[in-house]
Design a protein around this ligand. Sequence first.
Ligand code: CTP
Ligand code: MG
Length: 399
Amino acid sequence: MSITPVPRVAVIVVAAGSGTRLGAPAPKAFVGLDEHTILRHALRGVFEGPTAQVVVVAPAGREGDALTDALEAAGDARDLATVVVGGTTRQDSVAAGLRALWGDIDIVLVHDAARALTPPAVFSRVIAAVAAGTDGVLPVLPVVDTIKRVAGSSVVEGVDRSQLAAAQTPQGFRRDVLEAAYAVADREYTDDAALVAAAGHSVTTVAGDARSFKITTPDDLERARTTLRPVEPSRATIERDTPAPRIGIGTDVHAYGHEGTLWLAGLEWPGERALAGHSDGDAVAHAIVDAVLAAAGLGDIGTHFGTDKPEYAGAHADAFLARTRSLVGEAGYRIANVSVQVQANRPRMSSRCREAEAVLSGALGGAAVSLSATTTDGLGFTGRGEGVAAYAVAMLIPA
Ligand code: CTP
Ligand code: MG
């Protein structure tokens, strides 16, 4: 046979085994890996590339299931699919596949359905090597383990692993070579490469792939299923990729000494001495603004509400807090909670703490606000009644 410039390739996928070692209730090829069977996975990619025919060799009675998988994998190339029934041995099944080949096929690849996760690149390598003029091509992996020849439990000798290779499929052949070798085969060979070599043809190797491992035992099945399972991100990855909550601290101090009534914690306090300041001197609101901005890494109150912003002259807590909330919102955060403590002799805050919390929370878009107050036992400027200090901590969470 002369190989045409664009050789026509058939892939025989042998799937007629019962899977004795797997021990599943169904023949091995129809065991599910995910929502798809082993056979369906094995056929993935087989219809792509230069394939002119795909012969699926099925167990007797499962031709319909095999055809379903084949047509699903074929997509638009459904005309390329042929299903035949296999034989008692793998060799018989390959022979059945060979009998179903169309007349114009030049190159035949024989592939185990059980090697369900074989990457398409392996098919390409095998086809290219046969098309380049080799009788037979075998994908192999180097043997990594140290190999021993043993007799029962005794070690006889070491075997030089550099001379060894693990054989995989798809194995590719010129069609005439494979058919001739099958015609003269008078015993069972472990694979097609061995059968072809025994008939006097040369077989060369190309690189196989670890993913082409054969699903033989329940452990292999688990390995294949694990390979296909979507990778759950590890806890470390989640923590790295998820923006963390952020906290910030803010403090403010104002001296008494302004005209008018006191504004503190968003409330007006009739009869109390007012605090001095560019705005209303509300140290509680200002400490909260600093804490929230610090948590978001957005600077401080001077950055956004400095004396260069006349619109905030005389402004009350609601204006500062609403603007602060929208600044951190633009930065991708939501204010989870704010805790603020006032140090002052006056006003006596405890009776209005809940009222103040409601006002501050409203201005912050519903963030939980807790407010407490303390005196300093007569010590420091607050103890001497010179002014008010406020300390705030804010927690932001990614919006
Ligand atoms: N095969 C086949 N016909 C057979 C025996 C095997 O088509 N009579 C196929 C299997 O379906 C499989 C491939 O040859 O895709 C490799 O064989 P193996 O992994 O041994 O599968 P089984 O023979 O099904 O498994 P077991 O030997 O454990 O029974
Ligand atoms: Mg077998």
